[in-house]
Design a protein around this ligand. Structure first.
Ligand code: HEC
Ligand code: HEC
Length: 250
């Protein structure tokens, strides 16, 4: 709290003297574009849904006019479930980036946006519907049991951790990759890192190796692939209902 007060004051003082200006028409275009391309995963207001909250993402706070966000949006992070949007025009991208900055600005400057907003949103579901989805259409019961591996899961983690674990079971350590080098040589190993710039593995001989992502062909093998494959299939209601159910597993 004190930390927020100090930060908010620091952030507000210069802005009071010089309020941020956002071109309202561009923000509205960005909002519409964001809603149709990104809202399904990040939430229409960008506060997160089945994909992370963007308003608190460091990639947004470090961004100036799309220099950080642009490459992430254009290239995606396919191995993490973030698709590439490489057909957006420069204008569409700029509008969306502006919309995100405006949302973050509003969140920081409006006392009415609670710090734990994603949690509040998540807990609006219906536990009984979540249970039915878990056992039925969601297919969760094929791999999980609420009396075995998921028993007491809500006591193990805070709701936000639980959300994180369900949507992104921490898998980097489990993933392996097959990397084909420009000369055709194939390397395999445990995946250390993969993003739009760099790919790194620890090869079978124990050595760490990395390459610029653009120079190699990479195939990632993920033991969690089947779990993650569920993600795009959830509707908003499913996600909220599932959490309402999972938090009852104390
Ligand atoms: C199919 C779901 C999906 C869609 C659609 C999607 N994203 Fe993402 N996005 C993700 C996931 C999952 C991540 C987390 C990736 C990771 O962990 O690195 C992510 C990460 C991001 C990040 C990085 C956040 C950070 O941690 O710094 C940005 C920025 C982003 N998305 C913007 C967008 C924008 C803008 C759109 C629409 C043009 C969009 N995303 C559409 C799933 C999606
Ligand atoms: C094909 C198998 C599969 C399906 C289907 C599946 N999962 Fe998973 N899930 C996994 C695996 C594997 C893990 C990683 C377990 C671990 O970390 O030990 C996991 C992790 C989790 C975790 C985190 C557990 C922890 O202790 O960190 C939760 C919560 C979860 N899944 C919920 C679900 C829900 C809800 C569904 C249905 C919508 C679902 N899973 C569908 C295989 C699956």
């Amino acid at each position: 709290m004190t930390r927020c007060l100090a930060l908010c004051l620091l952030a507000t003082l210069p802005l009071l003297a010089q309020p941020a200006k956002f071109d309202a028409a561009a923000v509205e275009r960005g909002r519409t574009q964001f809603k149709s391309s990104c809202g399904f995963c990040h939430g229409d207001d960008a506060t997160g849904n089945r994909a992370p909250d963007l308003l608190r993402a460091t990639s947004l706070s470090h961004d100036t006019d799309g220099d950080t966000l642009g490459p992430i949006i254009r290239n995606g992070r396919p191995d993490q479930g973030m698709p590439a949007f490489n057909t957006l025009s420069a204008a569409q991208l700029a509008d969306m980036v502006l919309f995100l900055h405006k949302q973050a600005y509003d969140a920081l400057h409006s006392a009415s946006v609670p710090r734990d907003y994603p949690l509040k949103k998540l807990l609006t579901g219906n536990a009984a519907a979540g249970k039915a989805y878990f056992e039925g259409a969601g297919g969760c019961a094929a791999c999980h049991s609420v009396t075995k591996d998921l028993a007491g899961i809500a006591s193990k983690y805070t709701p936000l951790d639980l959300q994180q674990r369900m949507l992104y079971p921490a898998g980097p350590g489990r993933r392996t990759a097959t990397v084909t080098l420009p000369g055709g040589k194939v390397m395999e190993g445990r995946l250390v890192h993969a993003d739009e710039y760099e790919v790194a593995i620890t090869a079978a001989d124990g050595w760490y190796r990395s390459w610029p992502a653009a120079t190699v062909k990479v195939e990632i093998h993920d033991p969690l692939a089947a779990h993650k494959a569920q993600m795009p299939k959830y509707t908003d209601a499913d996600v909220h209902n599932l959490f309402a159910y999972l938090v009852t597993l104390k």
